[in-house]
Ligand binder design. Sequence first.
Ligand code: GLA
Ligand code: ZN
Length: 667
Amino acid sequence: MNLSAYEKIHFGVDYYPEHWPKERWKKDATLMKELGIDVIRIAEFSWSKYEPEEGKYDFSLIDEVIELMSEYEFKIILGTPSAAPPAWLIKKYPDVQPIDYEGKRRHFGGRHHACQSNKHLRDYIDKYVNRFADHFSDNENVFGWQIDNELGNSHGDLCYCDSCQEEFRKWLKNKYGTINELNEKWGTVFWSQGYRDFDEIIAPKITVTGRNPSQILDWKLFCSDLIVDFHKHQSSIIRRYSDKPITHNFMGFANKVNYFDLAEDLEFVSHDQYPGLFHTDFLHVRNSDLAAALDLMRGTKKQPYWIMEQQSGITGWEIMGRSPKPGQLSLWAGQSIAHGADCVVFFRWRNCIYGTEQYWHGILPHSGIPGRNYNELKEFINKFKPLMEKIKGAMPQNKVGIVFSYNQEYALEIQPHHPDFSYTEQVKNYYNAFHSLNIPVDFLSEDSDFENYNLIVAPSQYLMSDKLEDKYCEYVNQGGQLILTMRSGVKDENNICRTSGSLPCGRLTELLGIEILEYDCLRDVLGTVVFENKNYDVDIWADILSLRTAKELATYGFEYYQGEPSITVNEFGRGKAYYIGTNPSKELLIKFIKLIGEDIDLNLNSKLLIDGVEFVSRQDENTEYIFALNHNEKTVSFERLEGWVDYFEEQSSKIKPYQINVYKKSL
Ligand code: GLA
Ligand code: ZN
């Protein structure tokens, strides 16, 4: 695949030409050109428009749009429309519509109304995508392909139909080989759940009581694999016709599909970034959560990503979010770039006048007359475009890695222990502490290489395999520093409790130098720990640690276990393994990270600690580009570091509200 011809693609819009009279297209193109647009994504929801009747394909409208847009030198991303199967298909094969957790059918009238394993659906997708790819593969104005749209979206509790059930059985057979093996790995001896054959296993719909956690874990893993397979079905067709890049728009921490797996089927990852969502108050949006989503996206393929949908106005369907403040849309787009975007496509070009998304605002208002959003983004795009060319492909060089695991997320979603215990929130909270200290972080899968990182943070490693245990031991043994936290090592990969010793069990006991003989689920209690002679709040959980070879760093300050260790450190080989047996307050976490930072280089620079200001960098061989993003409503000043030179001439060490300063430093 040759991407070099398209090196100058950095900004785009999501456009729905079918929604507007043709007479308007030219005006749109002219305005887009003035805005600084390079690329346009189209067609991802328009199945009924381009195959209005079964087998009658008519892509002439897309041809026309592409032709017009090419006069303005825009490149095109073409979306396959499988997220919106047409009414004629549903009428002919109602079984395409998915079945929910309660066994009820979900009907036509929105989108995503399809079962991804359904054979009829797959057949029709097959036919459409073959035609589509064949028709457009040689069009030099087509830059690449997007398959479906936000796979997993709206499918939280779908689909439990007979077809999915059948696929689940096949998936289990492939995983376990024999039914006896499955019985053992699921612990079906409990509550008389033993199976004699795979055909007795059902898609786990609503039950009278709680369900088997091992079964549900497999169901979630199966659902993720089904989406990857659904994607591959289309990508393999497109690749028969075209060697242009294929991408998919991810949704940050959404968990229906394992994005590390899906990323393998893509030339590059895309992500949809909507900082506003439906929040009524931007104060509720943690900047660090926005940043974390972007860093996770970069981590899924360990390369820069695209934003395929960047917020460009008020968000909203039936209810709406707040209006972004002047400067905020550009600030958020700049944040996407700072964390690794090589191209930012804004959703959407213009507010739609009909349908569910009338109030999901675009760059242009309903009237089509450019206003504040357009003017602000125009200024932003024109200012940042030359920089985008320079930093294309540049990555940060981070020394801290946070492990993000879909398996842990699934297992703890099945059994959160405490109503406020969420694995993803734990991950985000640890990230938040590093973010507040301006310590840049990479997200890693459990399969990633850890060796280039000075510190690995792996929150709640609840499911533990021998392989993963060995990997953590080896990393620390070789000199790495590792933080493991509450509820690590509790279960095996099949979601069955481990018994090879006291928690954290197996080699983790040796690695961490502790034993956990007791624990307490902190229901409705705020606890405390004492760290460096000061009290800090903790909640959710308390692992009561007894020391083997570890040293205590903090003790509990409440309950019958007052004085018992809650945070420990153990020297293991050439490295150190920390254990945090509770959910620390942000204040405590920051103190703790600073303590570790005295020992190893984490890229912490205390001169840059300003509330609400992010310093993020990307670097190529010779230059580091530093983005200073002011999320505050007020101007802030700071002391810039040695070697930082203004990238944009007019800058200083002051950043105005919602502005971005950029510096560069020679390496
Ligand atoms: C998602 C989708 C878009 C659109 C926006 C706004 O991100 O990908 O098609 O629906 O949300 O709702
Ligand atoms: Zn189904």
